[in-house]
Design a protein around this ligand. Sequence first.
Ligand code: NAD
Length: 473
Amino acid sequence: MSTITKDFRMTINGKLVSTEDKSPVINPADEEVIAQVPIATKADLDHAVTSANRAYRKWSMLSVNEREEKLVAFAEALHQHREELAKLFTLEMGRPLKLALVEIDGAVATCKALSKKRLPREIVEEKEDHYIERTYTPLGVAGLIIPWNFPVSIAIRKITSALIAGNTVVAKPSPFTPLTLLRIGEITKDIFLPGVLNVVTGENELGQWMTSHPDIHKISFTGSTATGKKVMQSASLHLKRVTLELGGNDAAIVMEDANPKEIVETIFWAAFRNTAQVCVATKRLYVHEKIYDEFLTELVRFSKTIKIGNGLNPENDLGPIQNKMQFEKVKELIQVTKQSGVKIVLGGEIEDKPGYFIPVTIVDNPPEDSRVVVDEAFGPVLPVLKYSSYEEVIERANHTNYGLGGSVWGKDLELAKSIAERLDTGTVWINEAQVLSPDAPFGGHKESGMGVESSLDGIKEYTNSKTIMIRKK
Ligand code: NAD
């Protein structure tokens, strides 16, 4: 039993705000209700949006160095509360505590790195009689909609990018994982001017109200492709700017010259980190036929060393699936896969006990059109697939509406790079996976998204381009 006795409140206009209606937050490791959080009404959202618009006048007039100072103080406050935040994170998200700490520390580092970046003033033309320059101006209020799989790092990346560019923020965590961000709002509320950073919670309809709100000027959304399409449709009502970071079905291609023993551990984590609830998890693993059997044996051997259980127990490497809805989806996918008759070489049996636990499940060479290959599982079920030529595997890897990430593994780096160049995805890693940098743009092709996050380009997504021309004489 892990009930948290704290009263969680939203941060609106620099004040902590409660609501009459509350919704329960469930610990996925034992299915106990751990806390109740506010369900914002439309009036609460209006209050947050009005205060964000009011604060925008002052915040956008600060110098970028002054904004950076506040963001560094914000990052320091997260750092000071890292253990408390990580524990909350584990309780609501399920991820083991040591890895929850990695997310908090990563968010602190990202915040500091992104707030150092400076939007350029670009001189486009400078002649004796004529001058053209291009600048980037903030948009106003940014509505940030966050998923449950990386509830802190995604939130902090969006908050920092929006604020450093001069916007103010209304942020909404997922109803499944609202606690850590609510607490972040609370502990940092006196750092910014009231209204600069508002955190509101509610059900999915709160997200809909944000996307159609006339006084929110930008939506940055991370979540599923299906919801991303609804967001874009709704945001079009007021021609809001949108950045969409959506689902993926990343392929990893293991080349003929790869050494299974050397890479199997890294590939395991590429597929199963965070219990495979990662947008850029390896979700289809293509292995060259010459090394397929050896690779599969090694992968199964390593997978058997991994411990799954309650994230508060330091012995566990992987936690539960974060919520019941996702748990039921993954269970159903395993059921369908079993019924289809393909061979499951590891896992596949779900114990009848409290908590949304699914064991690491590996499927041996299922048909390319089976659901376990085509769907984004978003749970620890990995199809390993055999291929015989690079032409063939590139075509198979690209045969999806998704285009988020992918990876190539092997010794011949030139060949690996030539394969990487032909994958239709926003990021391709070679001999590594899921490495993100605040200096590298991150975003999806095709139905995996629109626009990028991180880097200066990610900050530009929170701005308008503005050109000034001067006729000097
Ligand atoms: P989701 O789409 O169900 O929800 C995401 C957020 O949108 C939540 O805050 C939710 O409350 C809100 N929401 C739901 N309906 C809405 C609506 N109609 N209008 C506005 N907001 C609405 O996604 P999820 O299940 O929380 O996250 C998992 C998905 O996110 C996976 O598909 C994963 O691949 C994707 N994801 C992508 C990235 C990326 O960077 N590309 C990163 C993490 C997760």
